[in-house]
Design a binder for this molecule. Structure first.
Ligand code: NZQ
Ligand code: ZN
Length: 389
């Protein structure tokens, strides 16, 4: 088990009715609020009205930034920074999924960025030291942005989608009832994302991290149990609550305690797909993951012990033949994604091999994936993409 250091400064309020803490949370920072949200789901669900009522009653001065895109764009970050400066905003309130929260993190940091080019800030995000305070109300269980410092921003002009460390939310309000309205497609995609956040650390060469492995397997089993329940009955509070709690912990760094870093290969490859084709992050992951698993098993069979453990501990599979068991675990995952209604290949999304080489080169810049569970070369990545067609 390797050394680790961890600090999560976010105060997270989980459960029904936790919006009652919103006013106090915002008052910690001031009265001038930038309210950010996406394409309108919060207006349809009634959450916008609920939030506005609290803000009005609390005497907050509210400026709004709406229309934040899934795979949020740099242009939205630019708009938000300009609004913060014009209105001398004290605190940002993000209401939405990972895209709205991520965009708001970049806005919070962008306010203090000294250069003119905010895309350059995104490129250098790991050097960010100062940001406006951020409060969020989460509406989709997926990314873990409510409990981590990361944000992922897209630039359609350069076909880039870059992640970095921007700022932690100061307060996150996570009420599972706000996810009742999430579509089946986004519920499934979000769950694939939660599972992938676990896989990225679980498939590591560090063999003796019992705590991390136990948490990882528990979260995977919980998603396997609760995703079908949420799809079957979107208002199932227990299912939505478990998915939401899983979302926050899966990407928090806790399931990687004591483990060697892996470069998060599926995320690195997926961000290229959504950079070029603007696809839903979790959908790209659901397509890539089983292909990546099969590829690395073939490339380096010495990693099969980990897949055997996955098959046994997560899927409850048994059998004497390790190779068959490893494949059965992967097949079970693939079938699970399909049964949740997720697309099975990139061709279904209209993607061809046209940019695979460029995407692989960008994903693996500076041999980024040389430290992966099984190191990947550019040729390997192209092969994995091709297996997804
Ligand atoms: O925009 P609105 O109208 O709100 O609709 C959204 C959007 O169309 C909708 N939605 C959200 N909550 C809803 C709802 N619809 C009905 N009812 C609700 N309660 O769902 C759609 C997708 O929303 P989005 O925020 O894009 O989804 P998600 O939370 O999956 O975020 C994806 C983004 O986060 C990045 C991804 O790459 C992608 O850009 N990630 C961020 C991470 C982080 N910050 O740590 C890590 C992840 O690995 C990921 O890369
Ligand atoms: Zn993810």
């Amino acid at each position: 088990m390797l050394n680790y250091v961890h600090s999560i400064p976010t105060k997270l309020f989980f459960g029904k009715g936790q919006i009652s803490h919103l006013s106090d949370a915002l008052n910690t920072f001031g009265k001038k609020v930038l309210l950010t949200y996406g394409g309108g789901s919060i207006k349809k669900s009634g959450l916008y009205d609920e939030v506005k009522k609290i803000l009005d009653e609390g005497g907050f001065a509210v400026t709004e930034l709406s229309g934040i895109e899934p795979n949020p764009r740099i242009e939205s970050v630019e708009k938000g920074v300009a609004l913060c400066k014009e209105n001398q905003i004290d605190v940002i309130l993000a209401v939405g999924g990972g895209s709205t929260i991520d965009c708001s993190k970049a806005i919070a940091a962008g306010v203090y960025y000294e250069g003119d080019d905010l895309w350059q800030m995104v490129r250098e995000a790991d050097h960010i030291r100062k940001a406006l305070p951020l409060v969020d109300i989460l509406t989709l269980s997926a990314t873990g942005s409510e409990f981590d410092p990361s944000a992922v921003i897209s630039n359609l002009k350069t076909n880039e989608k870059l992640g970095g460390t921007f700022t932690y939310p100061a307060f996150s309000i996570c009420d599972p009832t706000y996810t009742f309205t999430v579509s089946a497609y986004q519920t499934a995609a979000g769950s694939a994302d939660i599972m992938s956040h676990i896989f990225e650390g679980y498939f590591s060469r560090t063999p003796d991290s019992d705590l991390s492995d136990g948490i990882a397997e528990t979260i995977l089993k919980s998603v396997i149990k609760n995703l079908p329940a949420a799809l079957n009955n979107p208002d199932d509070y227990e299912a939505r609550a478990n998915l939401m709690a899983n979302s926050s912990v899966a990407c928090s760094g806790i399931p990687e305690y004591g483990k060697a870093s892996t470069g998060w290969p599926c995320h690195t490859m997926e961000h290229e797909l959504s950079a070029y084709y603007d696809i839903t992050h979790g959908v790209g992951l659901a397509i890539l993951t089983p292909r990546w698993m099969r590829f690395i098993l073939k490339k380096d069979p010495s990693c099969s012990w980990r897949f055997v453990r996955f098959a046994k501990n997560v899927w409850g599979l048994q059998g004497g033949d390790d190779a068959a068991l490893a494949e059965a675990g992967i097949a079970a995952l693939e079938a699970f994604f399909r049964s949740a209604g997720l697309p099975g290949n990139l061709t279904e999304l209209g993607i061809t091999d046209e940019y695979f080489r460029a995407m692989a080169e960008h994903a693996n810049v500076d041999n980024f994936l040389a430290d992966a569970f099984v190191p990947l070369t550019n040729d390997d990545i192209v092969e994995i993409y091709k297996a997804c067609l």
